[in-house]
Design a protein around this ligand. Structure first.
Ligand code: ADP
Ligand code: ZN
Length: 229
């Protein structure tokens, strides 16, 4: 197999756009870690620590966790060995402050590509209504991809549950915050010539193929630093 280029990607998209599912696949394809802030915070919550409980209070109602806390987590995570040849950031940055902090963390390197995975609100609302997640490994199940055995994870045998923050009120709050805080980052990355827009509607495999096609095209167009052939 030809060596895959190293890539530093991030993905923007509404709740339910399919970021978690698609990032897991892109991470495998490009052999880089999938760094999901939501997963990191849910793991901290599960650990039962006082700190985890504090994070959970924000998540349960669909609020954003304060920037300083989120940034501290990501700084620590990006310093680990496995992130040195690239990564896929899922759920970060979500605010202009976080985008600034990320640019500073990476300096003198940069993100190669910011993907905007676009899905209309009506579609994400339908998907979120049927979203289930494995409590142990975080794998996402939905309308198109239920577990083979009810409520049991195909991958690890863990219990498949509804997410505590997928209540109507918390979903509404998260989508509002997305529009207000995160959507402006699309323009932020566009003006820095990092943006790639991908249609997130359709069969998950089709969307994966679209994503890989769009990323590869862009990597060929700007074979800048860190994108070794
Ligand atoms: P979703 O995209 O459906 O909101 P995530 O798993 O990405 O799900 O995030 C779950 C929760 O974790 C968010 O609602 C928020 O409380 C918190 N969170 C995750 N990433 C961030 C971030 N970058 N900034 C602030 N809060 C975050
Ligand atoms: Zn599992």
């Amino acid at each position: 197999m030809a060596p895959v280029p190293s890539v530093r990607l991030l993905i923007l998209g509404k709740q339910g756009a399919g970021k978690g599912t698609q990032c897991a696949r892109l991470a495998r394809h490009y052999a880089v870690p999938h760094i999901s802030t939501g997963e990191m915070f849910r793991a901290a919550e599960k650990s039962g620590s006082e700190f985890g409980q504090e994070l959970a209070r924000y998540m349960r109602v669909g609020d954003l966790i304060p920037d300083e806390l989120v940034v501290a987590f990501v700084v620590e995570r990006l310093q680990r060995d496995d992130a040195q040849r690239g990564f896929i950031l899922d759920g970060f940055p979500r605010t202009a402050n976080q985008a600034d902090a990320l640019a500073k963390m990476l300096d003198p390197l940069e993100i190669d590509i910011a993907i905007d995975l676009q899905v209309p609100t009506e579609v994400v609302l339908q998907r979120l209504a049927s979203r289930r997640v494995c409590r142990e490994c975080g794998f996402n199940y939905g309308v198109g991809v239920p577990p083979k055995v009810d409520w049991t994870c195909d991958l690890c045998g863990g219990e498949v549950v509804e997410r505590g923050d997928d209540t109507a009120a918390a979903i509404e709050r998260r989508l509002k915050l997305y529009e207000k805080e995160t959507e402006p980052l699309v323009v932020w990355y566009l003006t820095r010539d990092k943006l790639v827009v991908v249609d997130g509607v359709g069969d998950p495999d089709v969307v994966t193929a679209r994503l890989i096609g769009a990323v590869d095209r862009r990597l060929r167009r700007t074979p800048g630093e860190g994108t070794q052939k």
